[in-house]
Design a protein around this ligand. Structure first.
Ligand SMILES: NC(=O)c1ccc[n+]([C@@H]2O[C@H](COP(=O)([O-])OP(=O)(O)OC[C@H]3O[C@@H](n4cnc5c(N)ncnc54)[C@H](O)[C@@H]3O)[C@@H](O)[C@H]2O)c1
Length: 596
């Protein structure tokens, strides 16, 4: 018969524990909340009252329900208070010896039939379980941060966990309104195994001053639709916890260098910069525990004047190319009031691009986002041409031709001959080194990358790629142009993948490797990232949309340039591409789209 869970214990009321208490108490289950000291207990209680008070203020919880919720919690110092609970969830710091000690103690204190669960993110549940005399009743119940909000729970069964314990915990998760994925005991389970390499890589970018904290975070939020950027997420997780998770994953997960904690993390932990909980991490917060970021000495000045400092005036823009990106970019500039000269390789192509821009602008009118006058004015600003010579007096050229270095280099050499001095020459390449096209001209200081995202009229992000020869004036001009387009421009160096692709594709590749290793299913991995981390799409959904061939090409570039063994393309990805399973566009990728 299935177990009844009427009373549960939570040990450790920090970032996770306090939230877990709330999850149970909200669902009518009595909780014994345990901490190591009266002070820590008080902090845990304050977290819960703060969270429930906010829910009341937002109208999400009635006052009477809040009072009933709080009345269900019994606050106690010391594990002895847990003698009669049906289940304990441990959420103390991520140290194996500490957890083992606590489990040995829980085994002694708790009634024989009680289930003992750990909320560990990366430690071996099996190793924790053997500290007790009931390893078959030990299980991982991994909640996500913030626990009351995130829908996912990873249920981790070890080789000795009883099937009935797994089934009862799964039923409990359902009762809590959570979606569970049940998996075996591997470092990082699903979500963290895919998340932490990415987070560590982002910290590495920040540490090497490849881009600023604001730009790294904005790039991932705006370029991928993530709920928060990686550095803000590190602050939410807690840098001490993140350090321990990375360190454990490095040791348990095959010593993948991508999990070796970036040295800056340890330095920040030592300096007490733990993230939100200590009031300062990558960002500075109003006070410890507050989610409100306040300006500090690293906060950039983002006024228009500062953005335009040193920028050249841009009125007339040439856009070269006739594909999806060129079409979108023409529309973006024309709508923003720039005079645009579109150059394609022939009148027929120009007519097609013109038609595509019209169709897109008309959609804007139908959706009420653009007036008819606005559409006509935008179209009136575009001149259609098939000759590069018409770019002689533009202030900025945006190149969006085929992604082939020889073609781009030849084009830049021509632009160098045709364009007036002082023009800014921009390439939209997403994978080629910008310096290569810059050196095809005699004026590399004027060359920069402007990496728009598809569809350009909708995506708010542009990566501004500075080479080692790009002048400050050119960079300032690019920033001012992005601001003029109403886009967020993030500045980064000229490395493969820039910010977004360098952080995104290795994660997608890791998901493929996880599937290939049969650790979990595509559906569960997609759920884990969507419900555990708030991603708008799971990795396999996204791969099918982006195209497996495109993803493989980007991953290969990253691997070739950075020589990171962990970036080697997943063999399964290669095989699917070889087999012609390219994603939605071919009807089949990781999923069969012909049946939907
Ligand atoms: N932070 C996250 O985003 C996150 C997400 C999922 C899982 N986890 C996991 O949850 C666990 C807790 O992490 P956290 O971020 O909440 O840590 P935390 O440092 O915020 O909180 C840990 C709490 O445990 C208490 N504690 C320490 N020793 C204790 C003892 N002997 N008895 C009772 N309480 C004790 C501490 O006083 C502290 O309040 C870790 O295993 C972590 O990997 C964390």
């Amino acid at each position: 018969m299935a177990r009844e869970f009427t009373s549960v214990g939570v040990v450790g009321l920090g970032t996770m524990g306090a939230g877990i208490v709330e999850v149970f108490a909200r669902n009518g289950i009595d909780v014994v909340a345990v901490e190591i000291s009266a002070g820590a207990l008080e902090r845990g209680r304050a977290t819960l009252t703060g969270s429930t008070d906010r829910a009341v203020a937002k109208g999400k919880l009635a006052e009477a329900d809040r009072d009933a919720l709080l009345a269900r919690v019994d606050w106690q110092v010391g594990l002895d208070a847990l003698h009669s609970v049906d289940l304990v969830i441990e959420a103390v710091p991520e140290h194996l010896d500490l957890k083992q000690r606590i489990f040995a103690e829980l085994d002694r204190v708790c009634k024989p039939e009680a289930i003992l669960a750990t909320n560990t993110s990366s430690l071996s549940v099996t190793e924790i379980s053997v500290a007790t005399t009931r390893p078959n009743q030990v299980i991982g119940i991994h909640f996500f941060n913030p626990a009351p909000v995130m829908k996912l729970v990873e249920v981790v069964r070890t080789v000795v966990t009883s099937a009935d314990v797994v089934a009862d915990v799964e039923a409990l998760c359902e009762r809590l309104g959570k979606v569970d994925v049940t998996i075996s005991d591997r470092a990082g389970f699903i979500a963290n195994a895919l998340l932490f390499g990415y987070l560590n890589h982002a910290v590495g970018m920040f540490e090497s001053r490849y881009a600023t904290r604001e730009d790294i975070d904005a790039a991932m939020k705006l370029g991928c639709g993530l709920p928060m950027g990686p550095l803000a997420l590190m602050d939410l997780i807690g840098l001490d916890t993140a350090y321990e998770i990375l360190d454990t994953m490095y040791r348990r997960g095959g010593r993948d260098r991508r999990h070796a904690p970036v040295p800056l993390i340890k330095q920040m932990v030592t300096a007490g910069l733990l993230g939100r909980k200590s009031g300062r991490g990558f960002y500075t917060y109003e006070r410890p525990g507050s989610p409100v970021v306040v300006p500090d000495e690293h906060t950039p000045v983002s006024t228009g004047a500062a953005l335009a400092d040193g920028a050249r005036a841009i009125a007339k823009v040439g856009v070269v190319g006739s594909g999806t990106m060129a079409t979108g970019i023409i529309e973006v500039f024309a709508k923003a009031g720039y005079e645009v000269i579109s150059v394609t390789r022939g009148a027929e192509k120009s007519a097609k691009v013109c038609e595509a821009v019209k169709t897109s602008l008309n959609k804007g009118v139908v959706r009420g986002k653009l007036s008819e006058e606005g559409r006509d004015a935008a179209l009136g600003r575009v001149t259609w041409s098939a000759t590069l010579d018409h770019l002689a007096d533009v202030d900025l050229v945006v190149e969006a031709v085929v992604e082939e270095l020889s073609v781009k280099k030849a084009l830049f050499a021509s632009l160098d001959e045709i364009c007036k001095p002082g023009v800014v020459l921009a390439t939209t390449t997403s994978s080629l080194p910008v310096i290569d096209v810059a050196m095809a001209t005699q004026r590399p200081a004027d060359v920069i990358g402007l990496h728009f995202f598809n569809p350009a009229p909708i995506m708010p992000l542009v990566e501004i790629v500075q080479t080692i020869r790009t002048s400050a004036e050119t960079a300032a001009t690019a920033r001012a142009v992005c601001a003029g387009l109403g886009k967020t421009g993030v500045v980064c160096g000229d490395r493969s993948g820039f910010i977004v692709n360098a952080l995104l594709f290795p994660y997608l590749n890791d998901a493929v490797k996880m599937l290939e290793a049969s650790y979990s299913t595509a559906d569960d991995i997609d759920y884990a990232m969507k419900l555990g981390c708030g991603y708008p799409m799971g990795p396999f959904e996204l791969l099918d949309v982006v195209g497996l061939d495109v993803s493989l090409a980007i991953q290969r570039e990253l691997y070739l340039e950075l020589r990171e063994p962990g970036f080697a393309p997943a063999p399964l990805l290669e095989h699917l591409v070889t087999a012609g399973y390219l994603g939605r566009k071919s009807g089949r990728g990781f999923r069969d789209h012909t049946k939907r």
